[in-house]
Design a protein around this ligand. Structure first.
Ligand code: DLL
Length: 438
């Protein structure tokens, strides 16, 4: 249901033309500030022959060169900071799963705005000051815990900052404290749901959970359905990345058909990752984001590597900010198997629709001659099939056929015992890459 409080109603429902005028004004001042103050961006803009005065309409954004994670690495740790160091009040550091860590900095103003964006996201999901929210994203260098925390505090909700891990204690807290909102990764939510059942509790009767604030990794509609069946009625998607602030860049409204990206803070573009060409609405490509309301570390045309598309149609919820589609995955996580492009999230989508399967799976990447190949290991639900070999073979065939019908790819499936695959308390690692070993 739509939230009854119109918390940030004016800016969320500002008319498109005014929103675009505001974006242009803020874009120009961001470019001006980087051009004048930041040696690295200043040089990049001069090399591309772009002056702040060249930015006269939003389309002029395409004249500006992209920023990539490499730009952050080259300038490690503080080279992209665009304010005096004494104005910086916080650093977060990304874990660097794909290379060296990257540092992001915030001024007091940035923290204030970041809190506001997260408050908007939570409000949009229907979270109210009367709610009790358990934040089971990691607190610390990762932005998930603190980002959602500040948003919930701004909204006035009661926070349980449980951080990730210690799942049984999480569940006890939920029960004893009457927790109504759970914020964590969707893979951790699945693990929590499984543990609740193992503890002999019925989430619908014994817990008061209402809303899920799930993000930080790709998840599919079929996982949403599982979470609705086994944990709570309203699971919402929230998106963000440290480089842009952390969580709170975009989130779903009650329509749950795409995530509103806050356009008074970010300009979103979708590009062809190979050519850099800007694509039109509804065309799938890489999400590129320009921050237009940041002090410490503004970024121009940051290549997120996340695959999505842009929807500019008016949303029935009344918000005018554009929507991005659910993130399919990162383009560097895309697997190319016998000529077919596969995102792990597509495999998850198929597996989570099959009643007999558990929530945990692993994609194992191997080499078959010069080509990559993959195999899927997936847990079967307890008592879902008999021990008879024939039943197991039938289920294996069914899963392989379902994968084939969606991906057009023959994949070998290995059904494994319940509880035998690793569980995640944060971002799940679903792909096991054994290509170097085969
Ligand atoms: O994951 C920030 C965050 C925390 C978002 C909590 C939502 C909730 P990073 O660790 O920098 O920041 O990782 C960012 O995670 O580029 C995406 O690839 C992925 N990601 C984040 N949210 C989603 C989502 C946080 N809702 C990277 N769906 C991003 C799919 C997501 N992928």
């Amino acid at each position: 249901m739509e939230s009854q409080t119109s918390f940030y109603s004016d800016i969320e429902r500002i008319n498109r033309k005014e929103l675009e005028d505001l974006q242009l004004k803020k874009l120009r001042s961001t470019v001006e500030s980087l051009y004048d103050k930041n040696p690295y961006f200043g040089r990049k803009l001069r090399q591309a022959q772009v002056k702040p005065s060249d930015i006269n309409k939003l389309e002029d954004l395409s004249k500006i060169p992209f920023t990539t994670k490499d730009d952050l690495r080259i300038n490690y740790p503080t080279g992209l900071i665009n304010v005096e160091m004494d104005k910086v009040v916080r650093f977060h550091v990304s874990s660097g799963t794909t290379g060296d860590p990257t540092v992001v900095a915030y001024t007091k103003y940035d923290i204030d705005k970041w809190s506001e964006l997260n408050a908007r996201c939570l409000n949009m999901m229907g979270v109210k000051k009367e709610d009790v929210i358990q934040i089971a994203y990691g607190y610390g260098l990762f932005t998930g815990g603190l980002g959602i925390h500040y948003g919930a505090e701004r909204l006035g909700a009661a926070i349980i900052p449980s951080s990730a891990g210690n799942t049984k204690r999480q569940i006890k807290l939920m029960k004893d404290m009457g927790v109504t909102v759970l914020a964590c990764t969707p893979s951790y939510a699945l693990y929590i749901a499984e543990t609740i059942i193992q503890e002999g509790l019925n989430p619908k009767k014994d817990l008061k959970l209402r809303i899920g604030v799930f993000g930080a990794e790709p998840w599919s509609e079929s996982v949403r359905k599982r979470l609705m069946d086994n944990l709570l009625p309203e699971p919402y998607d929230i998106y963000g990345l440290s480089e842009l602030c952390g969580p709170g860049v975009a989130a779903e409204c009650h329509i749950k058909d795409g995530l509103h990206i806050w356009a008074d803070h970010f300009i979103a573009e979708i590009i062809d990752p190979k050519t850099g060409e800007v694509l039109g609405p509804d065309e799938e490509g890489e999400l590129v984001v320009t921050t237009i309301d940041k002090e410490a570390m503004p970024l121009l045309r940051y290549r997120t590597r996340d695959v999505s598309c842009l929807n500019l149609e008016p949303c029935p919820c009344g918000r005018t900010h554009p929507k991005i589609s659910r993130i399919k995955g990162r383009n560097d996580d895309m697997l190319k198997i016998r000529g077919v492009n596969v995102f792990p999230s597509q495999i998850e989508y198929v597996l989570a629709r099959i009643e007999e399967l558990g929530d945990q799976y692993q994609i194992i990447l191997t080499k078959s001659g010069p080509l990559d190949d993959l195999k899927v290991k997936v847990e079967v639900k307890p008592n879902a099939v008999s021990d008879k070999p024939w039943d197991i073979i039938q289920l294996k065939k069914k899963v392989e056929n379902e994968i084939y019908s969606v991906l057009n790819l023959h994949v070998e499936v290995d059904l494994v015992e319940p509880g035998s695959l690793p569980r995640s308390e944060g971002k799940a690692k679903r792909v096991l890459d054994l290509r170097g070993l085969s």
